[in-house]
Ligand binder design. Structure first.
Ligand code: G6P
Length: 609
């Protein structure tokens, strides 16, 4: 992960870099640092801690006159978070400064070799090796030195490099880690993603893998790392800086939870054909005959996206009759998966940059599969490398715990179910029923959000508990997993998601008055069985918080607390039932005083294995 920003232009680089780092902090916040080039050397500031701390220690610096610089916010991989391990890293003679995102796999070998040659290292990071190598090859031509050093490197990198004696050049290069170039009036930017630079320009180049860019005052030169000319495409960002602000909410996570009526609507727009009871997803780039001949689907993802994939499996198998496998990307990429004919692989990723998901995509493509993406970030690596796909159009998701991207993924998966299902099991009238139900979801989500205070009250009752069980069946089993993950991620409370009936094969042993269960008790064909599971919890002295359908007064007999959600068809119930669980996790974390948008040890975009 880690966030990178670079600037070269006529303005002072310092405020632009610091502001850019703040926007990238979701990528890691173990340490932060900045290097400004003033022609006769660098001004370097770096320390353990967040960007605000860096701001604090640099507020007295006079940055005037430095129009070139690089900066970094770190998610530690090699070496603990510390001042010494913070980026930028310098070569031993302080000629070169580098910020790096990714992992240099052969760093230990390279480091030992250089130590034998008398090179002095001062950090435990893999990234310092790169600075030392570039320093070794530098003789006044920075692009050639970077190119030469990258030949020695194995692994992944997104880098920004500057030379102490030349404020007129800034180099960026990438392999496996994202890098975007911002093209302004007489100024150029480099960043891990566009959120760091959108305040300054909306014109961007998404640098391709194995490409390098040399940024000079007002002009740039793009090549492959082995120096073949590349003509980059300049694209326009279609969102603005306002969508990055908290908009009156205390945290991005809460803002993003409340955005869901709109983001779900955005995912539906132009794709749902209500009167035809169908959906169109033109970005898949597949003709009807191809879609008709699919016999198997494989969904590959990590984290919350994996939970969305699991709901997708239930939807598609149930409604379209196509077998679906759901794979963790980290397992899929290394286990030599079987991908037969007429199989479509979907990779699902909010960021489009998750390293394991990207590697799984490449493995599937290598085996000859058609690979499609369901992504949020436009122009991300996964979006670019797939044969086609569907964007979520949810806008930037900043909170590390994914919320609006999850419900947008579910929306896209229900559109996919309609598209594939209408060619198979779903009749016109059933299709219209699904389409109308989906159309109604944004307003129903709005209604659930109005119960925010009620959910906060429930959170107050349970905020001190240290163990939770989340139970659901059928479509709501993946929601139980997602609810438990939300609580774990942001409140550091132990929570387990389980299929409700499986509880008696183990977790029931844990239940007592101190272990509440959150039960998804939606009125569907197995509602009665869920009620039996609730009774089993009660019999062991456990307390139950139920998510139930409006009008279900009966449930109040069996549980301590209920959050009512509107009725919808079973396949769409996760889009509603997950909302109270997001709010419950948020409020418990807030009461416990946790850092909700930047939970410890986590990062939004996991670009390392
Ligand atoms: C990280 C994030 C999770 C996310 C997962 C997959 O672990 O903290 O919130 O679900 O990565 O991310 P992706 O961008 O591929 O959906």
């Amino acid at each position: 992960m880690c966030g990178i920003v670079g600037y070269i232009g006529k303005r002072d680089a310092y405020p632009i870099l610091i502001e850019g780092l703040s926007a990238l902090e979701y990528r890691g916040y173990d340490s932060a640092g900045i290097a400004l080039v003033h022609g006769k050397g660098f001004s370097i500031f770096k320390d353990k801690g967040k960007v605000d701390h860096l701001k604090e220690i640099t507020k007295k610096i006079s940055a005037g006159g430095c129009g070139t610089g690089i900066a970094h916010t770190r998610w530690a991989t090699h070496g603990a978070p510390s001042q010494m391990n913070a980026h930028p890293h310098l070569d031993q003679s302080s000629k070169i400064a580098v910020v790096h995102n990714g992992i240099i796999e052969n760093f230990s070998l390279l480091k030992q070799k250089m130590i034998k040659d008398g090179v002095k290292f001062c950090s435990e990071t893999d990234s310092e090796v790169l600075a030392q190598l570039i320093g070794k090859y530098y003789n006044g031509d920075l692009a050639s030195a970077v190119r030469r050093a990258l030949q020695d490197i194995e692994g992944t990198f997104g880098i920004a490099v500057v030379a102490a004696d030349n404020p007129g050049v800034l180099i960026g290069a990438r392999r496996g880690s994202p890098l975007v170039v911002g093209v302004g009036e007489d100024e150029l930017f480099l960043a891990s993603d566009a959120s760091a630079i959108v305040r300054h320009t909306k014109k961007v180049i998404y640098l391709k893998d194995n490409n390098m860019i040399e940024l000079m005052q007002g002009t740039f030169n793009t090549t492959t790392i082995d120096n073949k000319k590349v003509n980059p495409e300049i694209q326009n960002i279609d969102w603005d800086a306002d969508s990055l602000a908290k908009g009156g909410f205390n945290h991005f996570m809460l803002k993003e939870i409340f955005e869901q009526p709109e983001t779900i609507q955005n995912a539906i727009r132009g794709r749902l054909l209500v009167d035809e009871g169908a959906a169109r997803l033109d970005g898949l780039n597949l003709v009807l005959q191809e879609l008709r001949s699919i016999q198997r689907l494989i969904f590959v993802a990590c984290g919350t996206s994996w939970h969305a994939a699991l709901v997708g499996k239930y939807m598609i198998e149930d409604m379209a009759g196509i077998p679906v496998e759901v794979e963790y990307a980290s397992e899929f990429r290394y286990r030599n998966p079987i991908i037969g004919p007429n199989t479509l692989v979907f990779v699902i990723s909010q960021s489009g940059e998750t390293a394991d998901t990207l590697a799984a995509l490449r493995e599937a493509a290598h085996k000859g599969a058609t690979v499609l993406g369901i992504c949020n970030v436009v122009g991300s690596s996964i979006a670019r490398e797939t044969h086609g796909g569907v964007y979520l159009h949810a806008g930037p998701e900043i909170g590390v715990a994914s919320t609006k991207a999850f419900t947008s993924q579910l929306t896209v998966l229900s559109l996919l179910t309609l598209l594939l299902g209408r060619m198979r099991r779903i009749s016109h009238s059933d299709g219209v029923t699904v389409a109308r139900a989906l159309e109604a979801i944004p307003k129903q989500v709005q209604k659930i959000l109005k119960q925010n205070n009620h959910i906060e009250e429930i959170a107050k009752t349970y905020a001190k508990h240290n163990n939770f069980l989340y139970l659901g069946r059928s479509y709501n089993f993946p929601v139980a997993l997602e609810g438990a993950l939300k609580l774990k991620e942001i409140s550091y409370v132990h929570a387990e998601g389980y299929p409700a009936a499986e509880m008696k094969h183990g977790p029931i042993a844990l239940i007592d008055k101190d272990m509440p269960s959150v039960v998804l008790a939606i009125k569907d064909s197995i509602y009665d069985k869920v009620i039996s599971n609730i009774q089993e919890v009660n019999a062991r002295g456990g307390s139950v918080i139920a998510i139930a359908n409006e009008g279900d007064k009966e449930i109040e007999k069996y549980v301590k607390h209920v959050v009512y959600i509107p009725k919808t068809i079973p396949m769409l119930s996760p889009l509603l039932s997950v909302i109270p669980l997001q709010l419950l996790a948020y409020h418990i974390a807030a009461i416990r005083g946790c850092e909700i948008d930047q939970p410890r040890n986590l990062a939004k975009s996991v670009t390392v294995e």
